[in-house]
Write a protein that binds this ligand. Sequence first.
Ligand code: PMP
Length: 427
Amino acid sequence: APAEGRAGIAVGPAERPVPRFEDLPEYKQVRMQELASQLVGIANPFYRTHDVGAGAVTEIDGRNLINFASYDYLGTNRHPAVHARVAEALARYGVSASASRLVAGERPVHGILEERLAEFYGVEAAVVFVSGYLTNVTVIGTLLGPEDLVIHDELMHNSALAGIKLSGAARRFFRHNDMDHLEELLAGFTGKFRRILVIAEGVYSMDGDVADLPRLVELRRRYGFWLMVDEAHALGVLGKTGRGTHEYFGIDPNEVDIWMGTLSKTTSSCGGYVAGSAALATVLKGSSGGFIYSVGLAPALAAGATASLDLLAAEPERVARLGANGRLFRDLAKAEGLDTGLSEGHSVVPVLVGDSLRAVRLSNDLLEAGVNVLPIIHPAVPEGQARLRFFITSEHTEEQIRTAVRHTADILHALEKQNFGLASVDR
Ligand code: PMP
């Protein structure tokens, strides 16, 4: 007879073995990567601990480094004016909203931030969520269903893909920024689904180029689909006053149905938002699971995001400085013979390396030289397109940018000469 457990439950040999997490391909992949980095003697570049607030400089293991790996585009993360507003909200409302906004989690700072975002975009309304990732998941998951089709840029962020999966909608992608390809798909599919949603990113997160918003808007008028633009890397970046992609192109913001963005980048907080029509906000607040069944955004984070937007409005020179820094970085990199890919020199400038191992080694050697920048390797980008991704901020000095570009070029060119990389390890 099987032995009896404390609650009288049989604890004998299992009839059917419980699946082991160790058997998952995802587990094996991570272990393989760790093993590979040990074999070639390069420290894992991921999950490093920074013992200071993110900004143009950082500190790892007691060493001060020039930092190109954080999203603090306008240098608001450590700004005293932002801190004061966060402290005020923290003192008044505590750490957590402690309930869904629907129930008991609503605080004045939520409404204030949403009004501020709507006004900033020049649209009727906005809704904030607890994470940028969650925003894409729950918004797309709520608005679309199995009768619908989503057509998205092939380089769209993982969070949007997760939202499409949740929605059950059919999915097609168009070649990156290729509006003719999108039009081909629209011509073939329009009328065959209940609704079509087209999604693009204002500034693409891995390549740093800009969506062709004029063409997207023109196609929307002709084919009658919902247009959604993810402004994660464009808010506070594009346009003279940082209003994003529509300001950059001089397009009426109401020609885009769903402006989506995150609070974690330019507004140095945490959370996400959607801005658009009042009806859209009503639908999302009334029926999106990620809004209704999740805690309200932490009040201090809402206050921090609003304070960052206020700072952006009061000091638009931050936007100009970020733009100048992005262009300087890209131009210097090109002059040094580095491949910055499609980057238009805004918030994100990649340096394409190709080989994953070479990218990891380059990042490692740059850290030694005092520059913190992360490699992006497969599966985040296709195999053979590994890169370093530099996040630019308004607070980088010209000297910091020159130093980073010079070291990157020197080290990468030396690695290329040695033919350092996976290809040479294979042989
Ligand atoms: N969309 C894009 C394009 C992003 O780059 C990111 C963040 N990397 C997100 C959404 C998710 O935002 P968050 O990190 O604030 O959750």
